[in-house]
Design a protein around this ligand. Structure first.
Ligand SMILES: O=C(O)CCC(=O)C(=O)O
Ligand SMILES: [Fe+2]
Length: 362
C-alpha cells in the first residue's frame, strides 16, 4: 500500500529580465464562454488559422492545483535514475506512456540531450507507477478530468461552432471516458554544463528541434523559464512565447489540421536554450496532449465553412492515399520521433505514413 507523500509547494523561478523578441499571441478568456460565445469562437478560429498558438485564461483551475502538479513532477524527477528506469516503455516501437530517459537524442555539435519525459495516460490505460505517483493518482486523474471539462471541451466546442459543425462534433471524438492516446506529461530539461551550452550555441542553440505535435490540441502550463519559441505562419520568423500569469499556452496540432483540410494549422515550435539569466536552472514543464479517439479516420470534416472556403482535402486525400486513423498515425509518428538517434537530425524527411513526412522545421 503506497504511503501518501507530502508535497512541498513548487517554487517557480523568477522571470527573465532579458529583452526577447516575444510573440504577439491572442488570448481566449474562457470566463466569457457563456456570455460571448460567438466572439470567442471567431477569435479562436482566427488564432488557429493565423498563429497556431494562443493563450487561454479564465478556465477556473486554481494556480495551487496546477502547482501541485509541478510539485508532483518535481518529486518524480527527484527519484533515483534506477527507479525511474523501471518505467521505460518500448520507446523504439512507439510506446510512450511512462518514462523516457535523457540522452536519446543528439543535438548541435554532438551534445546529448538532457531532457526527461514522464507521460501518464488517462485512467483506461493500464500502467505501473512508482509509489510517489501511485500515492497521488486520484489527484492526477482529477486534474486530467478538469482539463477535459474546463479547457478541452470548451475549446473544441468553439472550434466546431466556428466551423459551423454541430457543437458537439469534436467533443464527441475526444471523450474523457473513451480510451485514447491522451496523456499528461511532466517534462524536465536539466541544465547543461557551460561547455555544452557553448557547443549548443555554436550551432542552433536548441534543446529540441522545430516540430509539430501529432494530436489535436496541446496544453502547456505557464512555464516561467523562457525557452519555447514559435514560428509565425505568415512571416516564418521565430519568436519567444512569453510566460503569462494564470494562463495556458495552447497549440493546435497535426490531427486537427488533417481533420480541417489544413485550415487549422499544425503549429511549428521548438525549445531554445534559455536566456543567460535562466540558463542555469532546470526547466520543469507540465503539458497535456489531447488526441481524437483511435478509430477516428483523419479525413476532412463536412464543415460548411471549410467547403465555402475551399478546404475540402488534406494531404492524404489530395495524394489519393489511404487516410490513416488516429491510432495508426500516433503509433507511426511516435515511433519516428522517439527512435534513439546517433546523429543530429536523425530521420529528417522520412515518410511516416504514405502522404506525410516526419520533418524538423527551421
Ligand atoms: O517544453 C516546451 O515548452 C514544449 C515541449 C514540446 O514542444 C513537446 O513536448 O512537444
Ligand atoms: Fe511540441
Amino acid at each position: 500500500m503506497p504511503i501518501a507523500v507530502p508535497l512541498s509547494s513548487y517554487e517557480h523561478v523568477p522571470e527573465t529580465k532579458a529583452a526577447l523578441d516575444w510573440a504577439d499571441l491572442p488570448t481566449i478568456d474562457l470566463s466569457l464562454y457563456d456570455s460571448d460565445r460567438a466572439a470567442l469562437a471567431a477569435t479562436l478560429i482566427d488564432a488557429v488559422r493565423t498563429k497556431g498558438f494562443f493563450y487561454v485564461t479564465g478556465f477556473g483551475i486554481p494556480q495551487a492545483t496546477v502547482d501541485r502538479q509541478f510539485a508532483l513532477g518535481q518529486q518524480f524527477y527527484a527519484l533515483p535514475l534506477d527507479e525511474k528506469l523501471k518505467y521505460v516503455p518500448d520507446l523504439d516501437n512507439g510506446e510512450y506512456n511512462g518514462y523516457r530517459p535523457a540522452g536519446r537524442r543528439v543535438l548541435a555539435n554532438g551534445v546529448r540531450d538532457r531532457t526527461e519525459v514522464y507521460n501518464i495516460p488517462k485512467y483506461q490505460v493500464p500502467q505501473e507507477f512508482p509509489d510517489a505517483i501511485a500515492a497521488n493518482l486520484d489527484e492526477i486523474r482529477d486534474f486530467q478530468k478538469l482539463l477535459h471539462d474546463r479547457v478541452l471541451d470548451p475549446l473544441l466546442t468553439l472550434i466546431a461552432e466556428a466551423l459551423e459543425l454541430p457543437s458537439d462534433y469534436l467533443t464527441n471524438i475526444h471523450q474523457y471516458d473513451v480510451r485514447t492516446e491522451d496523456h499528461l506529461r511532466y517534462m524536465l530539461y536539466s541544465r547543461y554544463t557551460p561547455e555544452e551550452q557553448a557547443r549548443l550555441l555554436a550551432g542552433d542553440g536548441l534543446y529540441s528541434q522545430g516540430h509539430t505535435d501529432l494530436g489535436s490540441i496541446t496544453l502547456l502550463f505557464r512555464q516561467p523559464v523562457a525557452a519555447l519559441q514559435i514560428k509565425d505562419h505568415a512571416t516564418g520568423e521565430w519568436k519567444w512565447a512569453k510566460p503569462l500569469d494564470a494562463s495556458l499556452t495552447v497549440n493546435t496540432c497535426d490531427a486537427l489540421s488533417f481533420l480541417t483540410g489544413n485550415y487549422v494549422k499544425s503549429t511549428v515550435h521548438r525549445v531554445h536554450l534559455p536566456p543567460p539569466d535562466q540558463r542555469d536552472v532546470d526547466r520543469l514543464g507540465l503539458l497535456y496532449f489531447a488526441r481524437p479517439h483511435n478509430d477516428v479516420v483523419l479525413s476532412t470534416v463536412p464543415s460548411p465553412r471549410l467547403q465555402r472556403e475551399g478546404y475540402t482535402q488534406n494531404e492524404f486525400e489530395r495524394g489519393g492515399v489511404q487516410v490513416p486513423t488516429m491510432g495508426e498515425f500516433t503509433q507511426k509518428k511516435q515511433t519516428w520521433q522517439q527512435k534513439k538517434s546517433e546523429a543530429f537530425r536523425f530521420r529528417d524527411g522520412e515518410e511516416i505514413v504514405p502522404g506525410f513526412k516526419g520533418q524538423y522545421h527551421d
